[in-house]
Write a protein that binds this ligand. Structure first.
Ligand code: IMP
Length: 202
């Protein structure tokens, strides 16, 4: 495992929320962070069929364009009763001509489970893959997971994406009903970040 000993890290995202969350997590390590937007980089096409594959595309594209080490994140939800769908297509299921509609995506997810008469509990996992890539082509990969079950109808208006139908193991509330601080302690992203910090920054 390679230790990160640089002073500047490019966070390969256009998402301001992700950038702020990652900057917070890395603040104890004295690393200056910048984002794709700061460097005017386009979002590369995510053509792989795994979270790791797509996170690798994003990290290495950013390294290539800037010469800086880069950290990328790819995430989504996998549903057992749908053979792992929507998986890497999690945000695609929400796409409409007028922007993303996650109520539509959650409804489709539940309808497809009903259509195949998937048994209860309808197990699912939020997954997060982080890739830290260096200019010499080396990378380190960290995978985080939060197992749980899907519930219907949707519950809660906290969070984002598929949070209102996901009830994490060990809780009787959905991510949509959980306060952000609590969710950020146990989430798939927290799991992957703990492994990243342990592996490359400790
Ligand atoms: P990407 O990693 O930016 O490509 O997006 C992954 C998609 O997965 C997002 O659009 C969200 O819909 C979904 N997702 C990832 N993490 C979460 C989460 O913690 N709660 C709800 N949805 C999530």
């Amino acid at each position: 495992m390679r230790t990160f000993d640089g002073s500047e890290l490019l966070i390969a995202t256009h998402n301001q929320g992700k950038l702020e969350e990652i900057a917070d997590l890395l603040s104890p390590f004295g690393v200056a962070v910048s984002s794709n937007a700061d460097h005017g980089l386009p979002e590369p096409e995510e053509t792989e069929t795994t979270f790791t594959g797509n996170a690798r595309i994003k990290a290495h594209a950013a390294v290539k364009a800037t010469g800086l080490p880069a950290l990328s994140d790819d995430s989504g939800i996998t549903v057992d009763g749908l053979n792992g769908a929507p998986g890497v297509y999690t945000s695609d299921w929400a796409e409409t001509p007028n922007g993303r509609d996650f109520v539509m995506a959650m409804t489709r997810t539940w309808d497809e489970l009903e259509a195949v008469k998937a048994p209860e509990p309808r197990l699912a996992q939020f997954r997060c893959c982080l890739v830290l890539a260096w200019p010499d082509g080396h990378d380190e990969v960290f995978e985080g997971v939060m197992p749980g079950r899907l519930v219907w109808p949707m519950r809660g208006d906290q969070g984002h994406g598929y949070d209102p139908i996901f009830q994490p193991n060990g809780y009787d509330v959905t991510f949509g009903e959980m306060d952000r601080w609590e969710k950020n302690k146990i989430s798939h992203r927290a799991d992957a970040f703990a492994k990243l910090i342990d592996g490359c920054f400790a």
